[in-house]
Write a protein that binds this ligand. Structure first.
Ligand code: GCW
Length: 841
């Protein structure tokens, strides 16, 4: 090959490698904005970093500015070491204090809170001053975010955070698994220790710093005491070293029983002097290795975790033992409010939603001032719709933080698109009217409302080793938005989303409009096809928290009850006749929730127990609302597929295809949800759908009604998760099954959907024939593709649809499906549906 072709090949490789998109850079791709000569000349040429040292946040900012500006605009900035304040064409970056001292200029600097920054761009003169180095780093990311979105305008503003604590929590286990993680294994832990290669941890730190997160708890709240061995503490120090240059401090979750489980003491009583000394020593050893450790997070006395009640000590005694140990080092003690006991549904007044106030209210004022009580947004557990946790209104003398969940545990596990900020805002913007005064949740957690020194935010994120971080490219909007809201909770959900879209997928207007529309539709749609009117997500709470299983909510001690029977549904949480939960809210709010007429429809079943025939504000009955909402929700997400497909060619192939696969899957699974919930309540109530859809599926061919060879009918459990409650499975796990029938549909072109079950532990193969001609083939390998906790049963988690579009069918054609089982998976089939244009079923 001649030199020229070599160069062409090299150039081709370089550009194509540069544009390969697998999601790893998240919103920090720094894609070229096509800067022309004019724009190039208007940019600064160098960075002057005041007092910068390598490995400091300021050093990181300088490097980031250099790589970022180059990638976005093609211009390479020089780095100048000489602290010269007044060079032209310069990005001057540093702390306010250094600027005052070195540049001897203090006239115009706006007031900044901790971590705040001031950004001023005037032509090619850019000034980024942070209240701290961390603030300066945030300012650098902000400037780069502007450029990456093609915004070269002059700006001059300062900004400071809403609250000092802006943390993420990882539920990583020491064996490398992640509780409620849907994107591979841990980037921190493997085989009981800390991984040696922390490259991914560094990349995570970079993403988090860019959204102004300043702390991370690296291990699961269901914590393992062995985290505290000397070797593992050394490993934690390595993690801290990776996060420090990004201005992020690490913290850890502790197992309350560690003094006994690891330390060899015969007690873990938090008031016992030897226990106090043990925690003191552990804390000192940690701070020797990690002098800037953020602090601890503790889940005690909850879901089997040990806690102070074993020794008749209060939760405050439990929290304070850590708080005392941390205090000399400036550490923060996050103590989780997620404490509840098993309950008895036959007791009408039992209510898990009451637990947090019952456990914590009387302790108000007893926590040390470096304790923050970390409260999940609702009283139960990350459901699709919850009222605000009443605990926020009951702690006047205690620091609080809100706990959100980026990982979509009860919300589709990253296999369903769900842009969360509108849900979060339904909580953050809620005014609890404590003592008849404005008491918006965001002002309570910031400390403003009750004049508390500390407070803020935690989000369970659970990224893993998957290149997409969370399992789905579109889910990253939630992580991005979390950081943005923790800084500024009044920011607009759509504006945040659109910044993220431009940074993640580029600036095409159609891309922007489409992803905005899909994302903003996603929460109402998911609520519609899962659980509405405040009844909760209606997922299987006893197993994977993923697919539908409304019956699992009741008749157990977990307290996520719906109290559904043949005639009625909902939790009576009134004071007058129910669990009294409405009375845990301040008077003005209690008056709303106590009164069925005043309670908003979307929380009706959270607070009231009503007949299925109860009329809503809309005029519909509860049961008809269920039916209609489930149809509307599923229909809304069918549109995501063509919407996404309209972006073909406007996005890179890898991310386009990966998301398309997920959205096609979601479209199918939303129908599983729709039918399961509707079937369940139709069965229970006996009340038919006014629109005659529930139970009527004219375009379906049930597998069990076909001629079967090597296949047999199988009654699925929960029954409602299969069409006609029945599927077919091969008669043994090695028998090939055939199901066939003659079609009676009018001749025409159909989208042919096949509903089957894709269990964990087998990769069956299916083929679909029309008149012995193969029309489609597929494999049961979704567990490898989707990443959510798989099911080993035929149920609402494993139920799945594949669609073959545009198939020509003639009346009298012979349909045949051949299923080849694999492992424990007996090539299960539920039904085949022939959908004429415009029909969703
Ligand atoms: O939502 C539930 C989860 C548990 C989790 C627990 C908690 C870490 O199902 O997996 O445990 O909450 O928040 O502590």
């Amino acid at each position: 090959m001649e030199l020229r072709s070599h160069l062409v090949l090299l150039w081709w490789l370089w550009t194509n490698i540069a544009v390969a998109e697998n999601g790893l850079n998240g919103w920090l791709r720094y894609a070229s904005v096509g800067c022309n000569q004019h724009c190039y000349r208007a940019l600064p040429s160098r960075v002057v970093a005041l007092n910068s040292t390598q490995g400091s946040p300021l050093g990181t900012a300088t490097e980031e500015l250099q790589t970022g500006v180059h990638a976005i605009t093609g211009k390479r900035l020089t780095i100048t070491e000489d602290d010269e304040c007044s060079r032209p064409s310069t990005i001057l970056i540093g702390t306010v204090e250094d600027y005052r001292q070195i540049c001897r200029n203090s006239s115009t600097i706006p007031a900044l809170d901790i971590d705040g920054f001031w950004l001023r761009t005037q032509g090619n003169a850019v000034q980024i001053l942070g209240q701290s180095e961390r603030g300066a780093l945030y300012g650098a990311f902000e400037y780069l975010s502007m450029l990456a979105q093609g915004n070269f305008s002059s700006v001059d503003y300062s900004t400071s955070p809403h609250a000092p604590v802006r943390w993420v929590n990882q539920w990583d286990n020491m064996d490398g698994s992640i509780e409620r993680g849907y994107a591979g294994s841990s980037i921190f832990f493997a085989n009981g220790g800390i991984v040696s290669d922390l490259t991914r941890a560094k990349e995570y730190a970079r993403l988090l710093a860019s959204i102004r997160i300043n702390g991370i708890i690296v291990n699961n709240v269901n914590a393992n005491a062995t985290l505290l061995t000397a070797e593992n503490m050394d490993g934690l120090a390595r993690i801290a070293n990776v996060f420090r240059p990004y201005g992020i401090r690490i913290g850890i979750s502790l197992n309350f029983a560690s003094p006994k489980a690891l330390g060899g003491l015969d007690t873990y009583d938090p008031l016992n002097p030897s226990v106090i000394a043990w925690w003191g020593n552990i804390t000192d050893s940690l701070y020797e290795r990690i002098p800037d450790m953020a602090g601890y997070l503790v889940k005690a006395s909850s879901e089997g975790q040990p806690g102070p009640e074993t020794y008749n000590r209060s939760l405050a005694d439990g929290a304070n033992v850590f708080a005392h140990a941390l205090k000399p080092h400036g550490g923060v003690m996050m103590f989780r409010a997620f404490v509840y006991n098993q309950l008895n549904e036959s007791v009408w007044t039992d209510d898990r939603a009451n637990a947090q106030v019952n456990f914590f209210k009387h302790l108000d004022g007893e926590f040390e001032d470096n304790v923050i009580v970390q409260i999940k947004y609702g009283p139960i557990d990350f459901q699709v719709r919850e009222p605000v946790s009443p605990l926020f209104a009951n702690l006047y003398h205690t620091n609080t933080a809100i706990e959100l969940q980026v990982t979509q545990e009860y919300l589709g596990q990253q296999c369903h698109l769900l842009y969360l900020p509108p849900l979060w805002k339904s909580i953050l913007d809620f005014d609890l009217r404590v003592d008849h005064s404005p008491s918006v949740v965001r002002d309570i957690i910031s400390g403003e409302r009750f004049d508390r020194p500390l407070g803020g935010w935690a989000a369970v994120v659970n990224v893993g080793t998957n290149n997409t971080w969370l399992g789905s490219h579109l889910s990253m909007s939630n992580l991005y938005a979390y950081g943005r809201l923790a800084w500024s909770p009044t920011a607009d959900s759509v504006e945040i989303l659109q910044d993220w879209i431009r940074l993640t997928f580029g600036r095409d207007q159609h891309v922007l409009d489409t992803i905005t529309d899909m994302s903003m539709t996603s929460w109402p749609a998911y609520e519609n096809y899962t659980g509405n009117l405040g009844v909760q997500t209606l997922t299987d709470i006893l197993y994977t928290h993923y697919g539908p299983n409304p019956a699992s909510q009741d008749n157990n001690g977990w307290g996520q009850w719906t109290r559904a029977d043949h005639y009625t549904i909902g939790m009576d949480r009134t004071v007058m006749n129910g669990t009294g939960n409405a009375g845990q809210y301040p008077a003005e709010i209690a008056a709303v929730y106590e009164d069925i007429e005043k309670t908003p429809d979307d929380l009706l079943l959270w607070f009231h127990h009503v007949p299925y025939t109860h009329r809503l504000d809309s005029g519909k009955s509860v049961i008809q609302h269920f039916y209609d909402a489930h149809y509307a929700g599923a229909e809304a997400v069918q549109k995501f597929v063509p919407q996404w497909e309209s972006l073909r060619g406007l996005l890179d192939t890898e991310r386009y295809e990966a998301m398309r696969t997920r959205l096609v899957y979601q479209a199918g699974h939303s129908i599983v949800w729709r039918d399961s919930i509707n079937n369940f309540y139709w069965n229970l109530s006996g009340i038919p759908d006014e629109n005659a859809r529930v139970g009527h599926h004219p375009w379906r061919v049930e597998a069990e009604s076909m001629h079967l060879e090597g296949y047999r009918p199988y009654a699925v459990s929960p029954f409602e998760t299969a069409s006609n409650y029945t599927s077919i499975v091969t008669s043994t796990n090695t028998t090939i099954g055939t199901a066939s029938t003659t079609l009676k549909f009018p001749s025409g072109t159909y989208n042919v959907g096949v509903n089957y079950f894709d269990m964990y532990g087998g990769q069956s193969k299916w083929s679909l024939y029309l008149n012995d001609k193969i029309v489609g083939r597929w494999e049961g390998n979704s567990e490898d593709i989707l990443g959510h906790t798989p099911s080993i049963y035929l149920d609402g988690h494993s139920a799945i649809r594949i669609t073959f579009p545009g198939i020509k069918v003639h009346r009298g054609d012979r349909l045949k499906i051949v299923g080849v089982p694999d492992g424990v998976e007996p090539a299960p089939l539920d039904y085949v549906v022939f959908l004429p244009a415009g029909v969703v079923d």
